[in-house]
Write a protein that binds this ligand. Structure first.
Ligand code: NAD
Length: 490
């Protein structure tokens, strides 16, 4: 019988009363793995009420004690990393090595949040006026929620959960309904790590569950990662309801290749950026702009690298790239390639219709390289979220930076060069929140905020590190006077 996933509310696993279930498929084989409930709003409300009741005691728990379950969780994540990585590969499609890499990033966020006794310290000024002291204290908000996407089911919940609870909030996760098995595995470890009941909840679902989160008056802050259209919707509705919101959206990441770049290294790194995780990374290189003579050197190398990438099921040894998430994604991506071709691009490597022996039903799109893509073509502007690299060419770095800054997204921009002055200029001038210099996936480590500009981010405080701490706390200023005049003693 197909397994039905439960919600985790008030420290217990509870079946959902949902009338609608979605199938969870292995995208490499289309095999049915489980069914996920599209929980009704009432179940979100129930989870929020349980969390609101747990909040006063959790908030009063000293911060040094609040991080103890996180230390335990880190150990459990390390001990179970293999099983979780396999689950990620099975439901999300990326390779086992990519899944392990993702979980390492998740664990690093738990480690960083364990520093909360220092991270959430306030500040003060004695004698800000004569005999008056002023303090800034950080206090938790209450109940907070995160809504996460399909492409990093193990990592992205940990951009939020550890910071939120270590800062003294109670937390609700609504994971992507396309990859709910990973959250189930993670929450079994959360359950074993010793948080009091009600501090952390999991509610599976789709739009109804999201709207219940956005409308519940007890939820004080919403963190979101997903496509730009949804990010914009969630940011507006959360704000209209008086909530804090940090909403990370989609991307279209350009990479500039200068003629002086180390071409062997650049090709290797860029192939991984464009085709790794089947291009389903918000930091995937999507457009490579070669400058001057870089074109001749880079074009055939990247095409060859695309042709030789081994595609298949991510648990098969030697496989370098897995499928895309769904049949709909495959159709959409192949349609965008066709549109690119009709708008004048030259298809150097065509990944449409690729087949993997023994995985006939899988949603595979093989690595694709399009050359001579016009800046105004749809493929140059739209997030593809598949293994497709578009090539453009510029005569100078000025033209290349202009092309980079033309787009509406601002998640990442990278340059490959051996010239420090060009690198500095690029870093200084590009409109992007995350910049890579000879790096293809400029993903900030957990001790830095995951930036993002333009249509890639709505809000001001980003995920991770001190931005996470600020997002999940409110500042209280205390101005203090004790009038007895003892100062003359000194
Ligand atoms: P998505 O927007 O379809 O879904 C994300 C979440 O929003 C899911 O939990 C889903 O249930 C919910 N949702 C979807 N449509 C909704 C609607 N109409 N109303 C309310 N809730 C809705 O995104 P996805 O396809 O799961 O993820 C891929 C996208 O996420 C890409 O655009 C990618 O660039 C982006 N992403 C961005 C970052 C970043 O850091 N900026 C990181 C990872 C992924």
């Amino acid at each position: 019988m197909t397994q039905r996933l439960n919600n985790y509310i008030g420290g217990a696993w509870r079946p959902s009363a949902a009338t609608e279930m979605l199938p969870v498929l292995n995208p490499a084989s289309a095999q049915l793995l489980a069914e996920v409930p599209l929980s009704p709003g009432a179940e979100v409300n129930q989870a929020v009420e349980v969390a609101a009741r747990a909040f006063p005691a959790w908030r009063r728990t000293p911060v040094g004690e609040r991080v103890q379950p996180l230390f335990k969780l880190k150990g459990l994540l390390e001990a179970n990393i293999d099983a979780i990585a396999r689950t990620i590969t099975e439901e999300c499609g990326k390779t086992y090595a990519e899944s392990i890499g993702e979980m390492r990033r998740a664990i690093e966020n738990v480690e960083t949040a364990c520093g909360m006794p220092m991270l959430m310290q306030g500040c003060n000024n004695e004698d800000i006026a004569s005999g008056i002291d002023e303090h800034m204290i950080r206090q938790p908000l209450g109940v907070v929620a995160a809504i996460t996407p399909f492409n990093f089911p193990g990592m992205i919940p940990f951009w939020f959960l550890p910071y939120a609870v270590a800062a003294g909030n109670c937390f609700l996760l609504k994971p992507s309904e396309r990859v709910p098995l990973t959250s189930w595995k993670l929450f079994e470890l959360v359950e074993a790590s010793g948080f009091p009941a009600g501090v952390i909840q999991l509610v599976n679902g789709g739009r109804q569950a999201v709207d219940a989160i956005l409308d519940h008056p007890e939820i004080r802050a919403v963190s979101f990662v997903g496509s730009t259209a949804t990010a914009r919707y969630i940011y507006s509705r959360a704000a209209a309801n008086g909530k804090r919101a940090q909403c990370q959206g989609g991307a279209k990441n350009p990479v500039v290749v200068m003629p002086d770049a180390d071409m062997e290294m650049t090709t290797r790194i860029l192939a991984d950026s464009a085709f790794g995780c089947a291009g389903q990374r918000c930091l995937a290189a999507s457009v490579a702009i070669t400058v001057g003579e870089a074109r001749a050197n880079f074009t055939e190398r990247i095409a060859e690298s695309a042709r030789s990438r081994k595609v298949g099921f991510g648990l098969t040894s030697g496989v370098e790239m897995g499928p895309v998430i769904s049949a709909e994604s495959k159709t959409r991506i192949e349609g965008l390639i066709a549109r690119g071709e009709s708008e004048g691009a030259r298809v150097l490597v065509d990944g449409r219709g690729g087949k993997v022996p023994e995985y006939d039903g899988g949603f595979f799109v093989f690595p694709t390289v399009l050359d001579e893509v016009a800046p105004q073509a749809e493929i140059a502007r739209t997030e593809v979220f598949g293994p497709v690299l578009s090539l453009m060419h510029a005569d100078t770095i000025d033209q290349a930076i202009e092309l980079v800054n033309q787009r509406s997204y601002g998640n990442m921009a990278c340059i490959f060069t051996t010239d420090g002055a060009n690198a500095r200029r690029f870093r200084y001038e590009v409109n992007a929140g995350n910049v890579g210099i000879n790096v293809g996936v400029a993903a900030p480590m957990s001790s830095f905020p995951f930036s993002g500009w333009g249509e890639s981010f709505f809000g001001d405080l980003h995920a991770q590190a001190h931005h996470g701490v600020e997002f999940y706390t409110q500042t209280k200023i205390v101005v203090e006077r004790w009038p007895r005049d003892w100062s003359r003693k000194f």
